[in-house]
Design a protein around this ligand. Structure first.
Ligand code: MF3
Ligand code: CO
Ligand code: CO
Length: 310
């Protein structure tokens, strides 16, 4: 996930009579609101969508994806889930986290893809493996998985130039009751965040939904790391906060692709980074869990490009 430094969010409310977010100067109702249904459908619809693509790039640095690009990301997602299934099979007490790295690395290369984490801003391994109090960006190494641990595995292959990004938190052996609790709340947080996605919905709706749910369960939401646009690069705009206000942020439009990846702590949300400059851990040592998927905004809602059941 991306660091939140330098976050900038759009914030005005969008109504039928508001200026169109595409920047045309027209009212929303006479411009992009009708981008998908119009009396002169083909010309009006496609020219509006082309305008929108350029305006989102110019104003927000958001890359709205074309159908062939979406297909490329979807294929990377299929590979990712195939690797994730193999990871799941190997997880048991007694393995070292760098055995997970080896599997992910080899399977990625075998498929003709590249592991995006490797050498990314100096990250030394091909996958992030985050155990118990590790929130994210755990570096695989000598740590041995123990019965009752929870472990997040975050995989990002680049296939034919396209990135898909997803993670899951697994139980090692039999879960503790704390482990079960935090994993189920993190899973449900992602599920609820995804389910509000659709065209015209503001980005802030996602974070608001997640924060309300997770805090309502007595847990905390990490602020320092957020979801992100993804597909042609690892971390694109926009930043996708897992907390915040309703009605904030850019209106979602079809063709946007971004991750939602809430990190939920059983205790305080406060964290620090270890001397390795990567590993983020809870200050109070409490458990942290995370699930992540790559989500496409469609004409009538959303599609996961890294689909697994939540
Ligand atoms: N996969 C992480 C994310 O969800 C990013 C990991 S960056 C790395 O955005 F360098 F640690 F791999
Ligand atoms: Co991510
Ligand atoms: Co990730």
């Amino acid at each position: 996930m991306r660091n939140t430094m330098g976050n900038k969010q759009a914030s005005s409310k969008i109504g039928r009579n508001s200026p169109c977010p595409c920047g045309s100067g027209k009212k929303y109702k006479t411009c992009c609101m009708n981008a998908k249904s119009s009396s002169s459908p083909v010309i009006s619809s496609s020219s509006n969508l082309i305008t929108l693509k350029h305006e989102y790039r110019r104003k927000y640095d958001i890359i709205i994806k074309a159908p062939h690009e979406i297909q490329g990301i979807r294929k990377a997602g299929v590979l990712l889930l195939d690797i994730m299934a193999k990871v799941e099979e190997m997880i048991r007490p007694g393995i070292r986290t760098d055995e997970i790295n080896r599997l992910v690395h080899e399977e990625t290369i075998r498929a003709g893809a590249v592991p995006a984490p490797l050498n990314y801003r100096g990250f030394p391994k091909s996958v992030c493996v985050s155990v118990n109090e590790v929130i994210c960006h755990g570096i695989p190494g000598d740590r041995i998985l123990m019965d009752g641990d929870i472990v997040n595995v975050d995989i990002t292959p680049i296939l034919n130039g396209y990135y898909a990004d997803a993670s899951k938190t697994f139980f090692v052996g039999s879960p503790t009751s704390d482990g079960e609790k935090i994993v189920s709340i993190a899973r449900e947080s992602l599920k609820r965040g995804i389910e509000v996605v659709g065209p015209g919905v503001r980005l802030g709706e996602i974070g608001w939904t997640i924060q309300k749910f997770a805090e309502g369960q007595g847990c905390s939401v990490v602020r320092e790391f957020v979801g992100h646009g993804v597909g042609l690069g690892f971390h694109e705009q926009p930043q996708v906060l897992h907390f915040g206000k309703r009605g904030r942020g850019v209106p979602l439009v079809p063709g946007m692709v971004f991750t939602i990846e809430p990190m939920i702590n059983l205790g305080s949300r406060k964290l620090h980074i270890l001397d390795d400059k990567w590993t983020a851990v809870t200050n109070d040592g409490s458990l942290s869990a995370q699930f992540e998927q790559t989500i496409l905004v469609t004409e009538d809602g959303w599609e996961s490009l890294t689909p697994y059941d939540l």
